[in-house]
Design a protein around this ligand. Structure first.
Ligand code: LRY
Length: 253
């Protein structure tokens, strides 16, 4: 466990790159995600965020960086899609993640599982830290109270009741950083160097960036839109939409 506590210190002020591609993405595949992770490491990333046991295992064997693992899965009886169940979390840890990230929203989980019980079980049985992906201040406070090791603003804008915006949620990260003793990670729609620095100045422990680094389609579209005078990318010109039950897909507006 001491190693894991040290891990949080190691991540302070650092960048974690989210290397994820869905099945309908041109870059889909564990080998490609491992290359993406390797390139991120060479660029100075201190950690990788990755989706699914296959990608996590491949990255774990190819890149010497801590992995924040999750597993996006759809269940018929729940809107929760980021590591919804205990078994999903266990598979993520087994694949090589040091930190398991999971939806910590107030929404009902598959099979009636309770967030509190999942966290307690993980703490009891796994050598891992647990990250709460939250969408509101209340969810962040609750997550800290039930034993999560850190929270991340991942789901702000992706639950129907949270703030909807194309911008990253600086207010949420700032508010939680002032109220929680556990680390608060900034994640979701961070597109510029300036935004990343602002989050650190507002108290974020570390920064997680995905699309702006690992999705060439999105980056390309940003340039194209700017060149056409559409002013969309710099202010968050794309966002995830929940297609069907859960899976976020990048759409370009
Ligand atoms: C909402 C959701 O499911 N977010 C996912 C969480 O793992 C990923 O698809 C994001 O890429 C990640 O959060 C980083 O965000 P951004 O790609 O905006 O920098």
């Amino acid at each position: 466990m001491s190693n894991l506590k040290g891990l949080l210190d190691d991540l302070r002020g650092k960048l974690i790159v989210s290397c994820q591609a869905q099945a309908d993405d041109e870059l889909y595949g564990s080998e490609i995600m491992a290359k993406m992770a390797l390139a991120s490491k060479r660029g100075g990333a201190a950690g990788i965020r990755a989706n699914g046991p296959a990608d996590i295992a491949e990255i774990h064997s190819a890149v010497e960086l801590p992995i924040i693992g999750l597993w996006k899965r759809n269940y018929a009886d729940s809107e929760v899609y980021i590591t919804p169940t205990l078994e999903d979390a266990l598979q993520v840890v087994k694949a090589g993640a040091s930190i398991v990230a999971m939806d910590a929203t107030v929404r009902r989980r598959p099979n009636g599982e309770k967030l509190k019980d999942i966290v307690a079980e993980l703490k009891k049985t796994c050598e891992c830290l647990v990250m709460a992906d939250i969408s509101t201040i209340e969810e962040g406070l609750y997550a800290a109270s039930i034993g999560f090791d850190m929270v991340s603003s991942t789901l702000s804008g992706y639950t129907p009741y949270s703030k909807q915006s194309d911008e990253p949620d600086l207010a949420l990260v700032s508010a939680l950083s002032g109220r929680l003793s556990i680390p608060v990670f900034a994640e979701g729609r961070i597109r510029t160097h300036e935004q990343a620095v602002s989050f650190l100045q507002q108290g974020a422990h570390a920064i997680v960036i995905g699309a702006a680094i690992t999705q060439p389609k999105v980056i390309t579209r940003g340039f194209v839109d700017q060149m056409q005078g559409l002013k969309k990318y710099g202010s968050g010109g794309h966002r995830h939409v929940l297609k069907g039950r859960g899976y976020p897909n990048i759409i370009v507006l």
